[in-house]
Design a protein around this ligand. Structure first.
Ligand SMILES: [Fe+2]
Length: 145
């Protein structure tokens, strides 16, 4: 918030995406829903695949909470409306979010979840935690499209 120059009121009003016109879901609601969705998927998979697959819940939750942190740099407010910032045009939120997390020394596994949660991660391999956050993010996006 400090780095993007946002207030708490801005954050409450900030839409989770600029790609869906007049969407009523805020970035905070979206982040909570994605985190919760990812957590429930991870719990189900840890149970179903006990001994065969292990989802690291610390990495998963940190990555889910922070996956869209770069949106705080991707947006700016113009006449009350949220629009894409110059920074957002240059660096999409997975990139700026990963750079921000890197700056503060977050674990590489968490930075990976942020960097790979969107289409930017499609070309490479994702960790189990990044696969889950990617899908949790898209299920929470597609239903509002
Ligand atoms: Fe998201």
């Amino acid at each position: 918030m400090e780095r993007g120059g946002w207030t708490e009121a801005d954050l409450e009003a900030m839409p989770f995406t600029l790609l869906i016109k007049s969407v009523s879901v805020s970035l905070i609601e979206h982040t909570r829903a994605v985190t919760r969705t990812a957590y429930e998927i991870a719990k189900a998979m840890n149970e179903a695949y006990a001994g065969k697959l292990s989802v690291n819940l610390d990495v998963l939750l940190a990555g889910a909470i922070l996956h869209d942190v770069g949106k705080l740099f991707e947006y700016e407010r113009k006449g009350g409306a949220f629009v894409k910032s110059r920074e957002g045009e240059l660096l999409r939120h997975p990139v700026s979010g990963a750079a921000f997390a890197y700056k503060y020394g977050l674990p590489q596994e968490v930075i990976h979840v942020i960097a790979a949660h969107s289409k930017e991660g499609d070309g490479g391999r994702r960790t189990v935690e990044a696969v889950i956050v990617n899908h949790a993010d898209f299920v929470n996006f597609d239903v509002f499209k």
